[in-house]
Design a protein around this ligand. Sequence first.
Ligand SMILES: NC(=O)C1=CN([C@@H]2O[C@H](COP(=O)(O)OP(=O)(O)OC[C@H]3O[C@@H](n4cnc5c(N)ncnc54)[C@H](O)[C@@H]3O)[C@@H](O)[C@H]2O)C=CC1
Ligand SMILES: O=C(O)C1=N[C@H](C(=O)O)C[C@H](O)C1
Length: 269
Amino acid sequence: MSELPGIVITGASGRMGQMLIKTVLASDKCKLVGAVERAGSDWVGRDVGEAMGGTAIGVTVTDDALEAFAKAQAVIDFTAPAATVAFAGLAAQARCVHVIGTTGMCPEELKKIEAASRHATIIRAGNMSLGVNLLTKLTKMVAAALDSDYDIEIIEAHHNRKVDAPSGTALMLGEAAAEGRGVKLDDVRDSGRDGITGARKKGDIGFSSIRGGDIVGEHDVMFAGEGERIILRHVASDRSLFAKGALKAALWGQGQKPGEYDMLDVLGL
Ligand SMILES: NC(=O)C1=CN([C@@H]2O[C@H](COP(=O)(O)OP(=O)(O)OC[C@H]3O[C@@H](n4cnc5c(N)ncnc54)[C@H](O)[C@@H]3O)[C@@H](O)[C@H]2O)C=CC1
Ligand SMILES: O=C(O)C1=N[C@H](C(=O)O)C[C@H](O)C1
């Protein structure tokens, strides 16, 4: 029997990091071979099972990402933009599939990820759930069917610890809507209205962000016309959804040619 693929989780102590570790440990299709945290974290040097409040599992949290990646076939990375850019270079060096869930990357950071994908298999998505990826298809379809008499507004809600806005998912949905309309999102994006904004510009795609409590992630795509509104909605109530999608991506990526892929590729949508 061949060896199961080894997975490293970065950002091990984070909300998604801990969920990913539990998901990998529960799977019979892969094994956990590493857990990475930032230098200075009090998790570094501890057994990750114990750090999570359980029993030891024989994997020590490290801040030496390259050393951890060298033992793995895939890295699942839900951390922060600067860390993810650095990990992309290291994953390419270690010949690991790099699954990126991190959101909030600026255009320059995205270019660096694209450059790393010339030498490595990268799967990146602002949302790893089946439901949201299906919603992008529906959004594109509805946007293509309706003209600009229907105003498109994307409303997202997340917990009070989220640091980026609009969410990665909202931007994915915005891209899908723009694609359906045959325009570039950058040309029609309207985020963060405040003060005397003037009337809404026809054809714009608006974004609004709510932050509060423990909301896992909720997204509405509203098509507001005269006398009617169509609203497409996704509600995530459990982070395991994202972790399961990310693990599916890590396994799908084994043996794929270098390049940047997304969850539509993984899910065959
Ligand atoms: N694509 C998707 O399906 C989803 C994406 N996300 C995204 O994942 C990211 C993380 O989200 P959360 O887990 O909620 O955040 P979090 O703040 O709970 O966790 C981030 C972790 O990354 C660690 N980290 C930061 N820099 C690091 C470095 N240089 N080396 C190693 N570890 C480092 C932090 O110490 C922290 O433990 C965010 O960008 C979020 O938007 C979250 C959920 C789903
Ligand atoms: O930070 C989060 O929590 C989430 N981030 C992703 C995003 O930015 O869309 C995905 C999910 O909504 C949860």
